[in-house]
Design a protein around this ligand. Structure first.
Ligand SMILES: CSCCC(=O)/C(O)=C/O
Ligand SMILES: [Fe+2]
Ligand code: NI
Length: 182
């Protein structure tokens, strides 16, 4: 994790551990080392990947996927590749930038770049985590969260699914607090 920040209306103490607070919601954040796989590292260094390159990268990352498949029952995986020139960046920003939840778990393994996941805690406070390559995030169904790109405007993340389509955003009317955007 690259860092975290609290929402403007979320009083907190320095002693509070955001990962522990998120664990109360069932959110799992873990550091999961990227495989030392020369082909994967070469593909990860590319700004964009075509369909064949994405599949090659997913196969190279299967040593991470297979244990998750056995342990947590994920059946499929695909790749999100966002970069400054991506044609749908604004649409995706709007789609995921608002507070939402999903009817299925949201499981993301960040393999390149950075992104910001925000959460509404069970006491209503809000915080953001800046995630980076090697971060594994599991958001249970129903947890209110959001996602935005940071100034880097670049991320590659593997999405793991038990069932497809259950993670369409269901928007919440919880007002989103202000976060000082670095
Ligand atoms: C980096 S994954 C893209 C964002 C996404 O899938 C989601 O649901 C965010 O909440
Ligand atoms: Fe989401
Ligand atoms: Ni503080």
């Amino acid at each position: 994790m690259k860092g975290m920040q609290w929402g403007s209306a979320s009083t907190h103490t320095a002693a509070e551990d955001p990962v522990a607070l998120l664990a109360n919601l069932g959110v799992v954040w873990e550091a999961l080392a990227l495989p030392e796989h020369p082909e994967a590292l070469a593909l990860l260094a590319r700004p964009t990947l075509d369909a064949l390159e994405q599949e090659a990268l997913l196969r190279a990352l299967d040593p991470v996927f297979h244990p998750l498949q056995a342990e947590r029952g994920y059946r499929e995986r695909d790749l999100v590749v966002l970069y400054p020139e991506h044609p749908d960046l604004e649409t995706l920003d709007r789609r995921f930038g608002g507070i939402h939840r999903h009817d299925d778990e949201e499981v993301r393994y960040i393999v390149d770049g950075e992104g910001v996941f925000g959460f509404v805690l069970d006491d209503g406070r809000q915080l953001e985590l800046t995630v980076e390559a090697g971060d594994y995030l599991h958001i249970p169904a129903g947890v209110e969260h959001w996602f935005r790109l940071n100034g880097l405007r670049r991320i590659k993340a593997v999405r793991y699914f038990s069932a497809r389509g259950g993670w369409v955003p269901v928007y919440s009317d919880t007002p989103q607090q202000q976060f000082p955007h670095a």
